[in-house]
Design a protein around this ligand. Structure first.
Ligand SMILES: *Cc1c(COP(=O)(O)O)cnc(C)c1O
Length: 433
């Protein structure tokens, strides 16, 4: 069994190392729990998307990092340097991106229920695009734009009738989703037509996002085909020209040995073919194509380092290994029973492994990080790593039980640096009156 993270290795001391840096040293320097990330790997992932858009689509596109996967100033600086765009889904993410000097024109603002405050903020800061979710929101955007004397470029969140999750996808007429407007009912057509008649709004694109942690090409090519035909219909029926096609994110990553992801450039290759062929068939211009990967940029770049505390062997039932973190820093197990691979930091290749349950320190029986994790004997004080936690961990973390959030440590070219410092007890009470 290999590790699910490509840049994780065992060094000559026999310890786990990420990006060449010994994790026992990271723990000694920054304490535990800590999120530890390989910055070079994050950057390489960005380049895979950018290079594939160049190779298969003549660079007529943009890769956006879906920043809800991991949002902090440091990551927006990386994205800026790599030439990526970003998508944000709240005023808070937008604020963070701008605080890191991320260029506003390369920010796409999403969300199914944006508030007036958020829209005013986004329009005032001249975000590149707003992705409109529904008709009342479009009216609000138009009114705010008029008040500010601006014209806002918008995309529309479309439900293409494809719902994809992990190893399967379904094609349905109208999917049950709180996001966007449906194709099949004509709702999508109506909102674009309506927008085309507004003075302070310019409809430039259509967007869909069909799911997450997907391991197949077909749902993406099918979505591209449906969306391109929709662009064709808008041209034929209303002479509305749509120049941007945003196909969302959702590209799967390897959490455990059961996961078998497809190389990300393959998606772009397959989708590009479909976009070109439908464009030709329908006589529409080739759209600017946007991809929005989140998880696949950061998940496999990061792990969480913990220190083992209590070890409880319950005869004939299971062994609990409790660590100094849990659902506060990684709520994905309690939310979705997500599976993770774990490893001993000082005995990563240890024989004599046993299936154990890794538990957190929160006052909830469901506060687990993994069940059936294969680990060598672990003792109080040992360091444990839970792998591929770079996405949707720090960004989903809470202060439940008033546990301070861990730091985010970046490893780059053999050096470590803090991207986010550990919260202190003072931070916890900063808003308490
Ligand atoms: C969450 C999200 C993404 C990114 O999804 P991943 O599965 O992390 O790649 C992209 N676009 C939109 C609109 C999203 O909501």
């Amino acid at each position: 069994m290999g590790f699910v993270m490509e840049t994780l290795s065992v060094n000559k001391e026999g310890n786990l190392a990420l990006g060449g840096v010994d994790l026992t040293e990271v723990a000694a320097c920054f304490g535990t729990p800590a999120y530890v990330m390989d910055e070079n790997y994050i950057r390489e992932n960005c380049r895979v998307y950018i290079n594939a858009l160049n190779k298969f689509y003549d660079g007529n596109g943009l890769a956006l990092y879906a920043s809800k996967a991991l949002s902090c100033k440091y990551i927006y600086r990386i994205m800026k340097e790599e030439g990526m765009g970003v998508d944000v889904v709240s005023g808070g993410e937008l604020y963070t991106a701008l605080a890191a000097d991320f260029p506003a024109e390369k920010i796409y603002f999403h969300g199914n229920n944006k508030t007036d405050d958020e829209l005013e903020f986004a329009i005032e800061k001249n975000v590149g695009r707003i992705v409109v979710d529904n008709l009342p929101e479009l009216d609000r955007i138009s009114a705010i734009a008029e008040k500010q004397g601006k014209n806002v470029k918008v995309l529309f969140r479309i439900k293409p009738g494809i719902d994809a999750h992990t190893h399967s996808f379904v094609q349905t007429g109208q999917i049950d989703s709180k996001f966007g407007v449906a194709l099949e009912t004509g709702e999508a057509e109506q909102i674009v037509k309506y927008a085309s008649e507004l003075k302070n709004v310019t409809p430039v694109g259509v967007h869909c996002h069909i799911g997450s942690q997907i391991f197949e090409l077909a749902p993406f090519t099918l979505a591209a085909e449906k969306m391109m035909n929709f662009i064709g219909d808008l041209k034929d029926k209303y002479r509305i020209e749509i120049s941007e096609l945003n196909l969302g994110g959702g590209y799967g990553i390897k959490y455990t040995d059961e996961d078998d992801p497809i190389a990300y450039d393959k998606y772009i290759e397959a989708v590009s073919k479909v976009v070109r062929s439908v464009a030709e068939k329908r006589g529409v211009k080739l759209p600017f194509v946007i991809m929005e990967p989140g998880r696949s940029i950061v998940a496999s770049a990061g792990l969480t380092l913990y220190t083992v505390g209590a070890v409880k062997e319950i005869p004939d039932i299971r062994t609990y290994i409790s660590v100094d973190g849990g659902m506060g820093d990684n709520p994905r197990y309690i939310l979705y029973q997500s599976k993770y691979q774990a490893a001993s930091v000082t005995n990563p290749l240890g024989k004599d492994t046993k299936k154990v349950t890794i538990a957190g320190k929160c006052c909830e029986s469901g506060d687990l990080l993994a069940e059936g994790a294969e680990l060598p004997p672990m003792h109080a004080g040992d360091l444990l790593a839970v792998l591929a936690t770079g996405a949707y961990n720090y960004s989903m973390a809470s202060n439940y039980n008033r546990i301070p959030r861990p730091p985010v440590v970046m490893i780059k070219d053999g050096e470590t640096r803090l991207a986010v410092k550990r919260e202190s007890y003072e931070d916890l009470i900063i808003n308490d009156l």
